[in-house]
Design a protein around this ligand. Sequence first.
Ligand code: ZN
Ligand code: ZN
Length: 418
Amino acid sequence: MRELQVVVVVADGLGDRPVPELGMRTPLELADFSPVADLLARSSVGLWDPIEPGVRPGSDTAHLALFGVNPVSNYPGRGPFEALGAGASLRPGDVAFRGNFATVGEGMVVVDRRAGRFIPEAKQLVDYLNERLGTIDGVEVRLYHATEHRVAVVFRGENLSDAVSDTDPHVEGVKVPRCVPRSGDPAAVRTAEVVNKFTEVVHKLLEECPINAERRSRGLPPVNAVLLRGAGRMVRYPLITERQGISLAKAAAISATALVKGVCSLLGFEVYTPPGATGDVRSDLMSKAREAVDLYRKGYDLVYVHIKGTDSASHDGNPKLKVEVIERALRALAYVLDRVDLGSTVVAFLGDHTTPVTVRDHTSDPVPVMLYAPGVFPDGFRELSERVARRGSLGRLKNVELFGVLMDYARRSEKFGA
Ligand code: ZN
Ligand code: ZN
């Protein structure tokens, strides 16, 4: 039997809870589903727990599960993923930390763990350090600016380990602790040495930095240390195109969000960011839809479209904006549906996790899913919401199960057994 193409559209943080401001309805319940209602009626709907019930997912762990990698047993910690989110490209074996710009006083005593938090020169300071740091004991060191005082620091070289302690004391008024190995592994010993040299060199460079002379002259705390925490060693993920028992030759992802682009690229997707895709609520979703159709016509087996604005509106606690972004996402989805062959395509529309506007953060609530495939049981719903999804025939799936179901409907999975 012929294999089907798969189109997956994720509106980040799509799911929600009843919102008082919306008369106890959810943004999905208020959104106009008419552009996709006909296909929705022919689809099966249900719920997906990205990790498992009760576990609050990050976008990184949710995307790993969505694409068939169980994040519970394959997650190296936040360090590497923070670095990806800050725009780093990582290789297996790289050790990454989350970091803070901080202010230290006499004897490396931490005065302010965030150096005032709002640091307009943060990006310049990162560039300044990257131009001067080079390598430490043969290990390449690179900083990436995340937000405010936050940075990610990537160490690249032979024999590095993430079994090392933090240099962030997590409290103020104490000395910056030395990084110590957490095991007798020579790689951990070596990594701790490199990290300690990093702390010293960075302090010296920042003390000499004209930006700090200027900050001091204005009465601002100097940014003169980088505190590290949460070491993680990037693992090698099985590429989506080389998965055991799954036949997918070419996969493409469309996103403007560094973290999602990073995860997809680690998993072997070709990553595209079309013009106008900005990764925020103003993103040109039709531009993404056109790119998706283009890639579909080029014969990609899996075309993935990521839309970030729904999550941004949720973190901002803005239900009306969330409704608006959902409606724009649905129009983009409709554009794609009108241009693919529904006789030979599997389509999924879902969130990567739930971000209720009332909570302004990710929760463990399951995510509504719409799944269309030739032969799927049509549930007949003409709109998709958290409530509707609870009555759908797809039931409640978790973690990598959804990927398995998608691959089965696409006739791309091997039989388990004879
Ligand atoms: Zn997300
Ligand atoms: Zn989020």
